[in-house]
Design a protein around this ligand. Structure first.
Ligand code: MG
Length: 384
């Protein structure tokens, strides 16, 4: 029996995690749940999974939920999140909070010696060196939940880095794969939120359409697998069936395939090194018939190039890339900027940043806060 906590239990990864848990009740005990403000869903999760303690990071929503006298201890605020991440008898923390808010509770969980099933890629983008160093100091595992990284983790299967020629991350191309660059100025948030293959939260769906999601995944892969940027490549694969590949030095390539459903990588992270049965339906090749691959268009997907720049620059730059992108995506969703202005905001913020080393989490947060403010200012300036 594995005791788990789920950070971000009402988001799309959190919900899929609990669906997996529901199928294997004799393998998992849900001890803690944490969410931002979706208290309706959190309440039903309390009834279904009977956790000992839950946290609502939004203070007002937390006070609201406390009025219901649920049979569970309720914590609130950022401190509540960290408590859920560090409960003494929890073995594994599923880190599935969207964006930079995941960093502090995930770091706290690692420092408390918990294994991590990591869906929050921003944590590694912002503070990869600190997170991975702490994980190795504590001797805990960081197991990827991101489908591409789960694929690579499965293909590597413990093989040594010197045998790896490169890893190849696949990208669906998002909602605008078949649109030209010239057509992208006019696209709306509603159109951008229609992902062809995956059902995900808003932020990551927009990131898929700009390919920033893939850029963040390049940085995530760098930290998870210890490979330099030049050994990490991206190929467009519109069907999202091949989740990623590893090319070895002898020219052999291993790929991992499945139907595009996050229950696959979540289940593997929870069950590793075992595999659970009956998680996903098998692929029906008579229906798929064709898998295609295309080169990425760097002019159209500028966010991908910016991510490689941030990774190669190092220090606090990836944290700045991430924060500026969060602000820009939010501004696009609120119709304050155009879709094509997202990379402008990120680039202009990055170009004004004075890079420093990432020695502590404080350095990372400081750079992130600076970038949030700078990108907000840039957005306000262009609207004046
Ligand atoms: Mg992914």
């Amino acid at each position: 029996m594995k005791n788990i906590s789920v950070l971000g239990s009402t988001g799309s990864i959190g919900r899929a995690t609990l669906e997996v848990v529901r199928c294997f009740p004799d393998r998992f005990n849900v001890v803690g749940l944490a969410a931002k403000d979706n208290i309706g869903l959190l309440e039903s999760q309390v009834h279904a999974f009977k956790p000992e303690v839950i946290a609502v990071s939004d203070e007002a929503a937390g006070r609201e939920l406390k009025k219901k006298n649920l049979p569970v201890e309720i914590l609130t605020g950022d401190k509540g999140l960290e408590e859920i991440a560090t409960i003494t008898h929890v073995d594994m923390v599923v880190s599935a909070i969207v964006g930079s808010a995941a960093l502090m509770p995930t770091y706290a969980a690692i420092r408390a010696g918990k294994d991590i099933a990591l869906a929050s890629k921003e944590t590694l983008v912002m503070a990869g060196s600190i997170i991975m160093a702490e994980a190795s100091r504590k001797g805990i595992s960081v197991i990827p939940v991101d489908s591409e990284h789960s694929a690579i983790f499965q293909c590597l299967n413990g093989r040594k880095g010197h045998e790896v020629q490169k890893i190849i991350l696949t990208a669906s191309g998002g909602a605008f794969l078949r649109k030209d660059l010239s057509e992208l100025e006019k696209v709306t948030p509603e159109e951008a939120l229609k992902h062809p293959n995956w059902l995900m939260g808003k932020k990551i769906t927009i990131d898929s359409a700009t390919l920033m999601n893939k850029g963040l995944e390049v940085i995530e892969a760098h930290w998870l697998f210890g490979l330099p940027a030049e050994k990490i490549s991206v190929v467009l694969h519109p069907q999202s069936i091949v989740h990623s590949m590893v090319e070895f030095i002898d020219g052999s390539i291993l790929a991992q395939l499945s139907v595009p459903d996050m229950k696959g990588p979540i289940s593997y992270a929870l069950s590793y090194p075992d595999r659970f049965g009956d998680v996903l339906p098998p692929l029906d090749f008579s229906k798929i018939r064709m898998l295609t691959f295309e080169e990425t268009d760097w002019k159209k997907y500028r966010c991908l190039g910016l991510s490689y720049n941030a990774l190669n620059t190092g220090g606090t730059m990836p944290s700045v890339l991430n924060a500026a992108n969060e602000v820009a995506v939010e501004a696009f969703l609120n119709k304050r900027i155009l879709f094509t202005e997202i990379p402008d905001v990120v680039l202009n913020t990055m170009s004004q940043h004075k890079i420093s080393d990432c020695k502590t989490i404080g350095d990372v947060i400081e750079a992130s806060n600076w970038a949030r403010k700078k990108s907000e200012d840039l957005i306000n300036e262009r609207r004046d």
